[in-house]
Structure formats: C-alpha cells, structure tokens
Design a protein. Sequence first.
Length: 363
Amino acid sequence: MLDGRIYNFSAGPSILPEEVLLKAQKELLNCGDSGMSVLEMSHRSKVFDDIINGAVANVKEVMNVPDNYTVLFLHGGASGFFAALPMNLGTKTGKADYIVSGNFSNLAAKEAEKYLKEVHIAASSEADNYNHIPRQDELDLSPDADYVHVCWNNTIFGTTYHYIPETGNVPLVADMSSSIMSEPVDVSKFGIIYAGVQKNIAPAGLCLAIIRNDLIAEPMRICPKIWDFKKEAAKNSMLNTPACAQIYFVKLVTDYLKEQGGLEAMKKKNVEKAAILYDYLDSQDFFINTVNKEDRSMMNVTFRTASPELDKEFVAGQAERGFSNLKGHRLVGGMRASIYNAMPKEGVEALVQYMKDFAASHS
Ligand SMILES: *Cc1c(COP(=O)(O)O)cnc(C)c1O
C-alpha cells in the first residue's frame, strides 16, 4: 500500500486499486486533453463519449459478454435496479420467482411486490439465518414466471452461489453487486446480470446492467423513464445526465483488470486470498465462521468469536494495525472482511496475523 493508506475491508463503498486512483488523480485537472476533469465536462462531449463507449467495450471484453446483450449504466445503484426490474420484465404474467438467500434478495422481493401481481418466494434460507444458499432441488419454480431473481453473493452473510440455478425458459436475473468481475461467469446463462458498482468497480451511485436483448421491451406505464431499459438502451444510457464520474471509474478499473490479465487472473488471486482466511478459520476454534462451507463467499468473509465483548475488542484494535471496516453488519454482528479485487494479498495476510495474535492473547 502507498504511504498513508490503510487496508480497508469495507463491504461498500470499498477499496479501489491504487493504480486507478493515481490515474484519476493525474487526470483530475485535464482529462483526455480537454483541459478539464471528468467531473466538469459535458456528457455530450467527444471526450465523455469515448469514456462511456470505452467503459461499455471494456465490460463486454472483460466479462466476455455475448453479442446479444446490451450493457447499460443506470441511476440508483443496485436498489434502483431491483425496483426497475419488475416494471420492465413483469409485463407478461406479472408473476416472478424470488430466491431469498439474504438481506438484499429479501429487499428486492419486497420491492417487486409493489409492482407485480405475484411475487413467489421459490426458496428461502431465512429460517437458518441465511447460512446457506438454497439448492436446485429446493427451488419451487413457476413455469409461467416472467423471471427468476437471485442475489449471487450475499454481502452481509458471506455466502455465494457455486452453481447456476436451472430455470428452464424463464430468464434468470442475478444481483452480482459484490462479486462482479471477481471471477469469470458464463453470461449466456443469465437473462440479466446487474451490480451496484461500489463493491468492486467504482464509487457508489451507479448500476451496471448486462441485459439480454430480447428482455429489452416496453415496460409498465408507471416505469420512470430513466429506468426504462428500452429508452436507456436507445440512448446509450444517456437519457438524462449519467453518473459521469462513476462511469469514468468503471472505464479505469476495467482497463486495470485487462492489464492484470482479466478475470481468470483475478479469480486466481481471489481464490488464493480467500483461502488464506478460510484455511486459518478452519485450523482453530477461537474464531467461528458459521456459514455452510460449500457456500462460502470469496469476497465477504464473516467470522466472530465466542462473545460479543471479544468481537468488540477485536474491532476496536483494528486501527492500530492499519485496518478499517472489519465490523460485521448489524444483522449478523461479529466481523466481516471484504476482500474485493483491490485488496492485496498482503492485507489478508496481515489480518490473519492480527487474528492469530488476538487469539493467543485472549485464550
Ligand atoms: C450493496 C448491495 C446492494 C445495494 O446496493 P445500492 O447500490 O446501495 O443500492 C444490493 N445488493 C447487493 C448484493 C449488495 O451487496
């Protein structure tokens, strides 16, 4: 890490690659020879056009997006998108299946209830405090649903899908906010992949959506124009003023990912980083990870000690070690280390060292 920086384990907004921050700093006074920063320029300018088109092209390249998909940048983050989704896709039978595996999938289902005739919970792990991902054979899917919604990586609980649900002809829609671009995914298996960008690719406030073209159709009449997929697609995500700075960061981060060797290389690093933490967790019994082993997230690792007091003490000691944001979400307590793409391996190793030292002095 550069001087003055710390290992930031925040779940979001979260750590960005230093190379990207330095590039943004360098271009802050003069971006693309325009004599101004991206914060100041018209979204109708040639320089910004190159930025947004470059960002779209990079997303397609990095994620290996098939030609029959459109990349959109929409307002309102992931929550904006999961409100827009039922208004855009719920127009045939007005029924959708939601697989509830954590807080955000629950919120998405609640939001959809406002707009759909029927929100069917196809499976839920709520009764087990979301410690696992529902299995294919637990899914009660409706053949006439307009879509099936899943949350791919459960940021708060620290679980993730390690299989792609089979949904027949019903399009699968996945909220990948906290795992987007952490490893390759077969986009062709999904109707829509969307992500609030603040976990792995940019500052907060923007949603990246990758939508199969046949799902871009006339939405419900009540759908706000800025969340109308068809209108936004026709205007290259610039129906109104887009989140220019966020889109610029998507461009820089995807440039960086390409330089780093793409998502295969990211996966290799992320697997290695997560293993450092999980191997340690499995080797001892001072810290506990309560999620189902097969469903462990590579991005958000949750753990706790035997007592809330010790958890508190552990979190209180983080600053001295040069860490921040290790406190778990209020819904689960304990600790959470978010180890997104930009978190170096050294940060994870330093965290494990702190855990070892803490355990030794408190056992
Ligand atoms: C953070 C997060 C959200 C919410 O994102 P906003 O951009 O704040 O709406 C939704 N889903 C998942 C999986 C998240 O991690």
